[in-house]
Design a protein around this ligand. Structure first.
Ligand code: ZN
Length: 332
């Protein structure tokens, strides 16, 4: 009985979180409507819901009804909230074999010209990629680059299924709810955080590491949603990918990226953003998805998304005016 009461309380909290998030996101106005390729808004919301849903006993999922979750049609609700276990909630028809981490060792792209790399990318595309039916043909990210800080992950160079960083730690140890980053990156974020704090700037960690499975659940729930609206499997997958990055394609999965303070493009007008523009490279972080390079990164301008590449690389990349893909000669 006590368990049921606790479960019910958890469900109420989860629902309140959903409603709060939906209201918050809708007050963002134009910025959310203009989004064409972004996972951060929804990912952060689903992280919140996911965290809250841990209070819900999966054995009694009926406490959150489909009706109650449908109040937030634009949010990909994690399986625990949609009253079905993760495996059962997926409707993917793919039976693609799961790639092994070892496979990544054979897919290293040569460091040559962008043109040569582009051709190499075609020959190394993943033959059994589970979303290939929708026209997505990535290859595996090279996880064995000489300089680990330059690991490239995007929609063309993806992490293998189930990828996890070697070790995850809190980005700001003195802040109990600070988000996780790769343990090789987190100390640099903390240094940056502390330096900014001395200048009266708080670089709040909004979203750090995200797991492959969370990304996959969110992506496939989104596909399901569009299929339920009558779209074909291909259409639904392509549309889902414009809202949520497919699994394995996010730098958040790598553990090298942090969304800082806000998920609104107006963040560029804040003192926090100006501080980052002036100082982040001194701690090894770059603004990853710039306004100028949207056609190359295929990601909208994200003033909040900062990626670790090491101090030397950050300074070189900023001085070059190139985005990471261009800097590495891996423009697809
Ligand atoms: Zn981000």
């Amino acid at each position: 009985m006590t368990k049921k009461i606790l479960t019910a309380a958890g469900a109420v909290v989860a629902l309140a979180a959903i409603i709060f998030c939906v209201r918050a996101i809708r007050t963002n106005g134009n910025s959310i409507i203009e989004v064409t390729d972004i996972s951060d808004y929804e990912q952060t919301i689903t992280e919140t819901i996911s965290a809250v849903s841990e209070f819900i006993d999966p054995a009694e999922p009926q406490l959150v009804t489909a009706e109650s979750t449908s109040a937030s049609p634009d949010i990909a609700v994690p399986s625990a909230v949609t009253a079905a276990p993760p495996a059962a909630s997926r409707t993917t028809e793919s039976t693609a074999a799961k790639p092994s981490a070892a496979a990544t060792t054979t897919t290293a792209a040569p460091k040559t010209t962008a043109a040569a790399t582009s051709s190499a990318a075609k020959s190394n595309t993943i033959s059994n990629y589970e979303y290939a039916y929708a026209g997505f043909n990535p290859q595996y990210a090279d996880l064995n680059v000489a300089d680990w800080t330059l690991t490239l992950v995007n929609r063309d160079y993806i992490l293998p299924e189930g990828f996890e960083p070697p070790e995850l730690v809190r980005s700001v140890p003195s802040v109990s709810d600070s988000k996780l980053l790769d343990s090789r990156v987190a100390p640099h974020y903390n240094d940056m955080y502390q330096a900014a704090k001395k200048d009266g700037i708080i670089l709040e960690t909004v979203s750090g590491y995200r797991s492959y499975s969370l990304q996959k659940n969110n992506f496939e729930n989104k596909i399901d949603k569009y299929r339920n609206q009558g779209m074909s499997r291909i259409e639904a997958t392509q549309k889902a990918a414009t809202i949520i990055l497919p699994p394995g394609t996010s730098e958040h999965n790598l553990g090298f990226a942090m969304d800082i303070c806000s998920l609104e493009q107006s963040f560029e007008n804040t003192a926090e953003f100006r501080w980052l523009k002036a100082h982040a490279e001194d701690y090894g972080f770059i603004l990853r998805y710039t306004k100028e390079k949207q056609s190359v990164t295929k990601i909208i301008y994200e003033p909040w998304h900062w990626r670790y590449v090491g101090v030397e690389n950050a300074r070189k990349i900023n001085a070059s005016g190139l985005c990471l893909e261009e800097y590495l000669g891996k423009v697809s």
